[in-house]
Design a protein. Structure first.
Length: 211
């Protein structure tokens, strides 16, 4: 039990350290301090996950040069006061396409960005919030996988239906073809009789020749 507790504590500490990393985000030709977090999902999935969460709260950001800016929004998990949020999500590297780096900058007032060494409680709240990103991204990736699988199932079902329809059409054509074959056999026999009758008629006429 003690080992499990130590492992759990280590895991929490590790996650904390991940979110505790500070770096810089370029915004309008200015470097601003931002929390950096690596997420084991694609940049597209991760960004959509975060943007959707904020959208569900009623906030829509404005994107400028790969940075999404949210002005005066309230994130209760961080603060009851309005905040300016700067979000940027980049692919980690060309080789690691399924991982990304999230830059999350917070400003309580114009030009006053939260940075390393600021109020510990505020930093703890921001880090706790940022540590939700991997969970959100994982959920978004799952939803995309479900959607893709639903599309594959729908396509497979459509193909199966099309093949069934084609089979029924072929069966009808085969039935009609068999009927035509049988009718053709009857027509052949009938025509043979007609040929024989015409031959007999010709023989009768020929027998009347006197010269």
């Amino acid at each position: 039990m003690k080992k499990l507790f130590i492992l759990f504590a280590f895991s929490i500490s590790y996650i904390w350290c991940l979110a505790q990393s500070f770096g810089e985000l370029e915004w309008q030709k200015t470097k601003i301090p931002a929390i950096i977090l690596e997420v084991p999902q694609t940049a597209s999935v991760t960004q959509d996950a975060i943007v959707k969460k904020l959208s569900q709260m009623g906030y829509n950001g404005k994107e400028t040069k790969d940075v999404i800016f949210y002005k005066g929004i309230r994130i209760n998990e961080i603060s009851s006061e309005p905040l300016d949020i700067y979000l940027s999500v980049d692919r980690k590297s060309r080789k690691e396409k399924d991982a990304c780096t999230v830059y999350f900058a917070v400003s309580g007032a114009p030009g006053q960005f939260v940075k390393a060494g600021d109020d510990a409680i505020l930093l703890q709240k921001i880090n706790a919030y940022v540590n939700n990103f991997p969970v959100w991204a994982e959920a978004e990736a799952l939803e995309r996988d479900i959607k893709d699988q639903e599309d594959k199932l729908k396509n497979a079902e459509k193909k199966a239906t099309d093949l069934q329809d084609e089979s029924e059409s072929l069966q009808k054509r085969l039935k009609k073809l068999n009927e035509d074959i049988e009718q053709n056999k009857k027509d052949i026999e009938k025509q043979k009789s007609e040929v024989e009758n015409q031959r007999k008629a010709l023989d009768v006429l020929k027998a009347k020749r006197k010269f």
